[in-house]
Design a protein around this ligand. Structure first.
Ligand code: UP5
Ligand code: MG
Length: 191
C-alpha cells in the first residue's frame, strides 16, 4: 500500500500542452515519482496483452480507455515505485475518474493545469508526429483527442478550480519559462 503521508499532484492540460516536458523538468529538481497514464497505457499496448489490444484501438480514436484499466496501472506503479510524492500526468481525464480515484486512493494535493491554445498544441503534435511513432500523432486523431479533451477532460479543471486546488499555468512560452512558473507554484505548496 501507499505511505500515509503520500502526496499526489495531478498534471493536466490538453494534448501536446507540455505535461510530459514539464514533468521531466520537475524530476530534475524535485524528489518525486512521475507517472504518465498515457505512457503506462502505451507500455500495456506494447506488451500485447488483451487489455492492451483493446486500449490500442481506443487511443487511435482519441477516446478514453476504461477507467479501471488506468486506475489499476497507476495504482500498481505508485506502489511499486516506493515513492511518496507523485506527479500523475494526464489523469484524471473525466470528472467521474477524478472522484473515483480520490475516493479509492486519496485526494490530490494540487493540480497543475497547462493552458495552451489548440492551434499551438496542434502544431506541436504534428511536428512531434514526424518522429514520435505515436499512432495518435496524426491530424485526424489529434482532432479527436481535442474533442475528447473539451467534452470530457475540461470539466476536471473546473472541478478543481472550484476547490481552490487548480493552478493554471500558461504553456505557451519556452519550456524553461513555463518551468519557472511551475517552480513558484510547487514551492508555495510546500512552504
Ligand atoms: N513542447 C512542449 N512544451 C513546449 C513549449 N513550451 N514550447 C514549444 N514546444 C513545446 O509536448 C508535446 C510536444 O510539444 C513535444 O514535441 C514537446 O517537445 C513540445 P509533451 O510534453 O509531450 O506534451 P503532453 O502534454 O505530454 O502531450 P501528450 O501528447 O502526451 O498529451 P496527451 O494528453 O494527448 O497524451 P497522453 O499520453 O496523456 O494520452 C494519450 C491517450 O491515452 C489519450 O488520448 C487517451 O486515449 C489515453 N488515455 C486515457 O484513456 N486515460 C488516461 O488517463 C490517460 C490517457
Ligand atoms: Mg505526455
Amino acid at each position: 500500500s501507499l505511505p500515509e503521508d503520500a502526496q499526489i499532484i495531478f498534471v493536466l492540460g490538453g494534448p501536446g500542452s507540455g505535461k510530459g516536458t514539464q514533468c521531466a523538468q520537475i524530476l530534475e529538481e524535485y524528489d518525486c515519482v512521475h507517472l504518465s497514464a498515457g505512457d503506462l497505457l502505451r507500455a500495456e499496448v506494447k506488451s500485447g496483452s488483451v487489455v492492451g489490444k483493446k486500449c490500442e484501438e481506443l487511443m487511435r480514436e482519441g477516446k478514453l480507455v476504461p477507467f479501471a484499466v488506468t486506475l489499476n496501472l497507476l495504482k500498481k506503479a505508485m506502489i511499486e515505485s516506493g515513492g511518496k510524492f507523485f506527479l500523475i500526468d494526464g489523469f484524471p481525464r473525466a470528472l467521474d475518474q477524478a472522484e473515483q480515484f480520490e475516493s479509492s486512493i486519496m485526494p490530490c494535493k494540487a493540480v497543475l493545469f497547462f493552458d495552451c491554445p489548440e492551434e499551438e498544441m496542434e502544431k506541436r503534435l504534428l511536428k512531434r508526429g514526424e518522429t514520435s511513432g505515436r499512432s495518435d500523432d496524426n491530424a485526424e486523431t489529434i482532432r479527436k483527442r481535442f474533442r475528447t479533451f473539451l467534452e470530457q477532460s475540461l470539466p476536471v479543471k473546473d472541478h478543481y478550480l472550484g476547490h481552490g486546488k487548480c493552478h493554471i499555468i500558461s504553456a505557451v512560452p519556452h519550456p524553461k519559462e513555463v518551468f519557472e512558473v511551475v517552480k513558484t507554484v510547487l514551492d508555495k505548496l510546500n512552504a
